[in-house]
Design a protein around this ligand. Structure first.
Ligand code: ASP
Ligand code: MG
Length: 466
């Protein structure tokens, strides 16, 4: 069994959707059990969310305009793809009904003047609900059975509406109960990504970009042989190709490498995608809808092709916060108080580094949160600052984290030397360093202005271009 997930660019218009249908039909030649998961058309989720937020501020024009766009994009696609007139009529009626629902929801938000996470989950999931029936019809138009399925019937989650977590046992029962009979009847289920529901049937979503996660959850529930993530690039790349011209797709990654890269902003896979697959050892492949002959990247439990560093990634828009002072040495609880304070400011910490001299702790947060975090720390450590045990809370804005990722680095000497050599040779300054004991990731803090050059030189130093 194959679970095939298609992203927003892959279903952006009639031409792309037709290509997707062709890929699905082709897959059926080698495996008759195929489950399709789809995102919304590119830009649609953003449009839905922006409209809902505008409505909450009393702006009703935004959703009225969005309504026209939604109708036009989906109706046009259906008209080009669905040949059977009865089928087309049903699909267009469904599109109109969904868009009316969108309008009614936004109207309610405008009247209430408030947008709850629960309301946003319903509105933001409409893009997948609009698209999946059209994709199912496009597959049927190629003479293959296919049926639209709303994932709120399959994926059971907690009530964290905007970024819900699945209950795998309940999901497994629901998914198998609904999809296995369809597969037995030779119909390809075409399932909405991103959306789910609580056990009581209240709609939830799995977080932005969550359709990949939907596919992995369904793959695990169905004991699939493979989870295929179809996107618009040739796989996970060694670096951002806009910055490193010689970047190329990585043929194979382990789950942990893929998770590190996803977390560090490579954006090809949602970071949670690996979770359901790991337990069952289900391979994930990243494929290009617009270059289907290319094998892409395979994510597997263990890689055979060796290699030390597999890829480089950069997270931008960060600031480095440093708490420093001679009085911190040997005092227990400073780190605990520091991070408790950061947590109270609701800021996400992306990296931590403390030298063994214990005279400073530094950590990286998103730049917009830095001033708030620093003020919080100054408050929390006011006593120590007054007694001169802590000298300062400093914020260095405009930094990036550059991470090199590869499980083969574990136990391989000389990686750090090569990394720092490449930077030193080109006079690129390293502000802070962290390496987890997994040794699968070395992270550096650099000035934002140095990020691109650092990426290029490190890519060359590790010969990632092949
Ligand atoms: N449509 C959703 C989003 O844009 C989910 C996805 O595309 O993966 O976040
Ligand atoms: Mg995505």
């Amino acid at each position: 069994m194959q679970v095939m997930k298609f992203g927003g660019t892959s279903v952006n218009d009639a031409k792309a959707i037709s290509q997707v249908a062709a890929i699905v039909v082709d897959q059926l030649k080698t495996d008759p059990n195929v489950v399709v998961v789809t995102s919304a058309m590119r830009g649609v989720t953003d449009l839905l969310i922006d409209s809902a937020k505008a409505a909450a501020r009393g702006d009703r024009q935004k959703y009225r305009d969005a309504r026209q766009t939604l109708i036009a994009r989906h109706r046009d696609a259906a008209e080009a793809l669905v040949l059977d007139l009865d089928d087309l009529g049903r699909i267009q009626a469904l599109t109109d009904e969904r868009v009316r629902e969108f309008e009614r929801l936004c109207m309610a938000v405008a009247i209430l003047g408030e947008l709850t996470d629960r309301g946003l989950a319903v509105i933001s999931g409409l893009g997948e609900r609009l698209l999946a029936p059209i994709l199912a019809a496009a597959i049927r138009a190629r003479g293959v059975g296919a049926e639209f399925v709303d994932a709120s019937e399959l994926i059971v989650t907690d009530d964290n509406h905007a970024s819900a977590a699945p209950d795998m046992a309940a999901t497994r029962t629901a998914t198998r109960g609904r999809l296995l009979p369809l597969l037995a009847a030779r119909a390809v289920p075409v399932v909405t990504g991103f959306v789910a529901a609580t056990a009581d049937g209240v709609p939830t979503v799995l977080g932005r970009g969550g359709s990949d996660y939907s596919a992995a959850i369904l793959g695990a529930a169905l004991d699939a042989d493979e989870i295929q993530i179809w996107t618009d690039v040739d796989g996970v790349l060694t670096a951002d190709p806009r910055i490193v011209k010689s970047a190329r797709p990585v043929p194979e990654l382990t789950y942990s490498e893929a998770a590190e890269l996803a977390y560090f902003g490579a954006k090809v896979l949602h970071p949670k995608t690996m979770l359901p697959a790991i337990d069952l050892g289900i391979p994930i492949s990243v494929r290009n809808t617009f270059n289907p002959a290319f094998p892409g990247t395979r994510v597997v439990p263990k890689t055979s092709n060796g290699g030390t560093v597999k890829a480089i990634t950069v997270i931008r828009g960060l600031a480095l916060v440093t708490l420093a002072g001679r009085g911190m040495m040997g005092v227990p609880g400073i780190a605990a108080r520091t991070f408790a304070t950061v947590a109270k400011q609701d800021a996400n910490v992306l990296m931590i580094s403390q030298a063994s001299s214990e005279q400073s702790i530094c950590f990286v947060v998103p730049e917009p949160d830095a001033a708030r975090v620093a003020a919080g720390l100054e408050g929390a450590f006011a006593g120590e600052i007054h007694r001169r045990l802590i000298d300062r809370v400093a914020v260095e804005p405009q930094v990036v984290i550059l991470a090199i990722v590869g499980e083969g680095m574990r136990g391989t000497p000389g990686i750090a030397a090569r990394l720092f050599g490449a930077l030193g040779e080109h006079s690129l300054n390293v502000i802070a360093v962290a390496q987890g004991s997994s040794e699968a990731n070395i992270s550096l803090v650099l000035a934002a202005a140095d990020a691109d050059a650092a990426m290029q030189h490190i890519h060359a130093a590790f010969r990632l271009a092949g």
